[in-house]
Design a protein around this ligand. Structure first.
Ligand code: FBP
Length: 330
């Protein structure tokens, strides 16, 4: 196995060329992960189009049904779910996936596929109708069940450390794909005039510290004492309170500017709100590569043993010195 090639490609490189270049850095790479990343980018372009014209073609509002979390699905939640499922099924590299919008494992029929994917097709659902940034979060594992056999829950219960790639697509003032295969984190901005994702943020590194904090203040009273004390310190220091209601958007801003996002356990959500397999693990994997930290009340997010597909976890992620200070209160 050749050592990883962390040569940073120039801004302006297309995603395709970047993926190809990275693939050649690994002697035994067979191109399947590369193709899978392209499939995700393709679905991202389609969802970009749907999100952008949602208000014009009546794609806003509720779909009239609930997902496994008991949340009212938005029409765009369902559309994004269908688009990613279709792209990952047609691509042929994925044998199964789990999605925030699906109760059980989705079998793609590609039993020869090497990979499984856990995905939040559209994060920040409460912002869909009000034109505030939303996003997709994904996590990729190499399957552990034999090729050619039907995948099982075992393939998804490997734990965050076993991810081979993770990323998100941010549908904001511009659409960006940010991902890692564990060596560096790179951001690609979607150039609609070319229909291409273009390298715009090479080798993203988190600032050591920051002065932005992101949490839902409406839940403050329900937070534990250590959390309340830490947030009081942030207020005393007049840190900037920035909370969009979209994890992807808050994480992305804080990653670039230096900040911390907190979704603690509350009386309503004693285990927190965010889902371990397709919200916490993938962002924690990215955080680790950029030098930022992701923890729960008691341990690093990537060390939490998964038990169920849609399990939740209290989630704190951000600049290392801010997260370490928060943990000091515990
Ligand atoms: P969805 O994936 O269902 O959107 O839930 C996650 C999320 O919307 C995060 O993006 C966001 O940070 C959080 O929940 C907002 O929750 P709340 O409205 O309780 O602050």
């Amino acid at each position: 196995m050749s050592t990883n090639n962390t040569k940073v490609l120039p801004v302006g490189t297309t995603l395709d060329r970047y993926i190809m270049h990275r693939q050649y850095a690994f002697a035994f790479a067979t191109g399947e992960l590369s193709q899978l990343l392209r499939d995700i980018a393709l679905a991202g372009k389609i969802v970009h189009r749907e999100v952008n014209r949602a208000g014009l073609i009546d794609l806003g509002g509720e779909a009239g049904q609930q997902n496994v979390q008991g949340e009212n699905q938005q029409k765009l939640d369902v559309i994004a779910d269908v688009r990613f499922r279709r792209a990952l099924t047609n691509g042929g590299e994925v044998c199964a996936l789990i999605s925030e919008e699906e109760e059980g494992i989705v079998f793609t029929g590609n039993d020869k596929g090497k990979y499984v994917v856990a995905i939040d097709p559209l994060d920040g659902s409460s912002n869909i109708d009000v034109n505030v940034s939303i996003g997709t979060i994904f996590s990729i594992y190499r399957r552990v069940t034999p090729f050619g056999s039907q995948p099982t829950i075992e393939d998804f219960m490997q734990g965050g450390q076993e991810q081979v790639a993770a990323g998100y697509i941010l549908f904001g003032s511009s659409t960006m794909l940010v991902y890692t295969t564990g060596h560096s984190v790179n951001g690609f901005t979607y150039d609609t005039s070319l229909g291409e994702f273009i390298l715009s943020h090479p080798n993203i590194k988190s600032p050591k510290n920051g002065s932005i904090y992101s949490y839902n203040d409406g839940h403050l009273k329900a937070f534990s004492e250590p959390i309340q004390k830490y947030l009081a310190t942030c207020r005393e220091r007049q840190y900037s309170a920035r909370y969009t209601g979209s994890l992807v958007a808050d994480f992305h801003r804080n990653l670039l500017k230096g900040g911390i996002y907190l979704y603690p356990s509350t009386s309503e959500n004693p285990d927190g709100k965010l889902r371990l397999l397709y919200e916490c693990y993938p962002l924690a994997f990215i955080a680790g590569v950029t030098g930022s930290l992701a923890v729960s009340d008691t341990e690093a997010i990537l060390n939490i043993k998964p038990a169920t597909m849609h399990q939740r976890a209290p989630f704190y992620i951000g600049a290392p010195e801010m997260v370490e200070e928060l943990m000091g209160y515990f």
